[in-house]
Each structure stands twice: as C-alpha cells, then as structure tokens.
Design a protein around this ligand. Structure first.
Ligand SMILES: Cc1ncc(COP(=O)(O)O)c(C=O)c1O
Length: 357
C-alpha cells in the first residue's frame, strides 16, 4: 500500500468499492480542478507528443525564472517536486541529514537511497509541532550536511515562524549547511512569497516548488527547484535523466504561473472553505484540530474506540490516516479542504460517526 494519500483506486479495490464513489480528502489537491487553459492547451497541442521535448526545457525554465524574477541558471524544472527531492539529495551527497518529523516521506527515501545517516528531529505536540530556535542548537550538536524544512509542513499544515526561518537561513549560510526548503504548498498562502528572493544572497538554500497541488495536475507532474547555487543547478541538470518532463507538462508549465484568474479563484475558494471546515471540525469535542495555513487540516482524535479512517470510509469518504508518519500514531489524521458540498459531507459524516448526526 502506498505511503501517501490519494491512493483512491487501491483503497476502493481493497474494500470492493468503485473509485468514483469515494470523495478523496486524502490528497491535498485543489478541488477547482486543472485550469481550463491547461485542458485547452493539452487538446490543442497533442501533436507535441510525437516529438521529444527540448532536453534543456529552455522555455519552461524561462517562464519559471520570469515568474520569480530570477535567472534561468537558478532554476531547474522537474517531474513534480518529487524528482527534485531526489536530484538535490543525489547532487549534495550528504553524509548526515537532519529531518524534522513528522514530515513528507520522500525526503527520507531519497536520503536512504544514497546511504546518508538520518537524524530525526521531533516536532512534538508539546511544542505545537513547530520548529523553534532549539533546532539551531540541534544543528550545532549534530552537524549535519543538510536539513529539510517544509513550509508549510505536511502533514501538520503549519507554517514555521518567519523570524525563525530567517535565523535558520542565516545559520545554514554561516555553517555551510544545505537547507532544503519545501514550498510545495506555499502558493495556497496568498500573501506569502516564500524564500525564493533569499536565493540572491545565499548559495546554501534549495527551494522546492510543486505545481501539482495548487494547479490540480498531479497526474501530469510538474515542479521546480530554485537555488542561488548555480553551479549545483548546472550539475543537477547534467546529472539528470533526459526528457523526464513530458512535452505536454512542459508546455503547460510555460503558461501556468501566469494564470492569475485561476490563482485568484483558488484563493477565494480557500478563504471561505478553509476557516469554515476548521470551525466545524474544531467544534467536535473529540478532535483537536490545528489551525491550517494551506489547503489541508491536521487533527488528533481523542476518542479511543473510533478508527476514523474506517468509519468515514463507510460514508464513502477517504481521509489520510497519519500513523505511518515517523513521530505520529493512529490518533492523527489529515484532510484536504475541498468544495463546499464535499466539506459539508465530511462534517456531516464526522458528526454521524461521533453520533451527533
Ligand atoms: C510537502 C510535499 N512536498 C512535495 C510533494 C511532491 O509533490 P509533487 O507532486 O510535485 O511531486 C508532496 C506531495 O504530496 C508534498 O506533500
């Protein structure tokens, strides 16, 4: 079974259901669906699958660089942010890495593949699941070659403090530690530009972005890496397998970041649905729900007899249990924010599970 959410087909098969009967709250994908211009672009450009894509992805890199007002030499596109997690780890070859837990599973797999020593850094519930300046002490003791940080973090949905991130960037710059910041969900935060502008002042920062969640194209696959380490970016481009981004995804990436109408519509949807879902779930005494920053919510169920994952599946709702995250257990869950009617179905089903409905 996959370590990730979004595996609707597998769950449906196991439980004798059909995949389209299930509402998928387990993958954090924008429910507005892929932008219309993406769908049109794909149908209008089907002929491009008959040719190899540009192995250098010049137009795609130019579009990303333009969107972030940086140089193409600082940018590398990938087949989802996932490809770039592996690319950056393969390039850096860290002997020792610090991994805040809980966190996204692919950092660990990428580090394991190159035989790096992994030191887990627990983000505990007592500390609000948030990193703070104690992490810098840990860095000075452990002396890793690299550290991962997701902003916002998955599965907690929490955004580390801005001041803390500045201190972390400065510490890593001073001590030559590679800081890999995963901004896969940052586009959902309307006012947060993330750390890309910092790439102008440090070579130790590697920023990962994903286009699959915000633009609802997880099946097309597209993400990018931005860093001031232009030697590193050039080396990673040289090391990578050729043509890993398909021609249609590359074409889509050239226009996506300019789709301001879709970006605004997404922020408008989230502005109402995120607090609404949070409010309703928080009102259930059985749950402790952490305040979300992006398009998903993380919570603990303190009802010892209820397996929410199974209970909600009976209501044809698939959520993400978090028991396979290092640092969490079966009491923790994550749900995506979806459309209004779907969120209402989730709330109603939860109330029924806890026998209020
Ligand atoms: C924090 C985080 N980073 C990266 C990814 C990978 O995204 P992509 O679909 O672009 O490979 C995910 C996917 O769930 C994620 O949760």
């Amino acid at each position: 079974m996959s370590e990730h959410g979004g595996n609707v087909t597998e769950v449906a098969r196991q439980f004798g259901l059909s995949a389209h009967e299930l509402i998928d709250f387990s993958a954090n994908i924008n429910p507005l669906g892929a932008p219309e211009r993406v769908k049109a672009l794909i149908t209008d450009n089907l002929a491009c699958i008959e040719k190899y894509p540009d192995v250098e992805y010049r137009h795609l890199h130019q579009a990303i660089a333009k969107a972030h007002q940086c140089d193409c030499t600082s940018v590398m596109a990938g087949n989802g942010a996932t490809e770039l997690i592996y690319a950056v780890v393969r390039y850096l070859q860290p002997k020792r890495a610090l991994l805040p837990v809980p966190g996204f599973a692919e950092y660990r797999r990428a580090l394991q593949q190159i035989g790096a020593e992994i030191v887990d850094y627990p983000l505990t519930e007592e500390a609000g699941f948030q990193p703070d300046l104690r992490l810098l002490d840990a860095l000075s003791h452990i002396q890793p070659d690299c550290v991962f940080m997701a902003t916002p973090n998955n599965p907690t949905g929490l955004m580390p403090d801005r001041q803390f991130m500045q201190s972390l960037v400065a510490y890593c710059e001073k001590h030559g530690i590679a800081l890999i910041v995963d901004e896969a969900f940052i586009d959902f935060l309307p006012d947060n530009r993330g750390l890309i502008p910092q790439c102008a002042v440090t070579k130790h920062l590697y920023l990962l972005r994903s286009l699959t969640k915000f633009f609802a194209i997880p099946g097309l696959r597209l993400g990018y890496l931005v860093s001031g380490d232009i030697t590193g970016i050039a080396e990673m481009k040289k090391q990578r397998e050729p043509w890993s981004i398909n021609a249609l995804a590359a074409r889509v990436g050239e226009v996506l970041l300019d789709d301001h109408a879709y970006i605004t519509a997404t922020h408008q949807w989230l502005k109402t649905q995120q607090p609404d879902l949070w409010e309703h779930l928080s009102a259930l005494p059985e749950l402790t729900v952490w305040p979300p920053s992006a398009n998903f919510l993380f919570f603990r169920c303190h009802h010892p007899d209820v397996n929410l994952w199974h209970a909600l599946l009976k209501h044809r709702i698939l959520i993400r249990h978090c028991q396979n995250y290092v640092g969490l257990d079966k009491r923790y869950y994550r749900v995506a924010v979806r459309s209004e009617w779907e969120n209402q179905r989730l709330i109603a089903a939860m109330r029924q599970v806890f026998a209020y409905g």
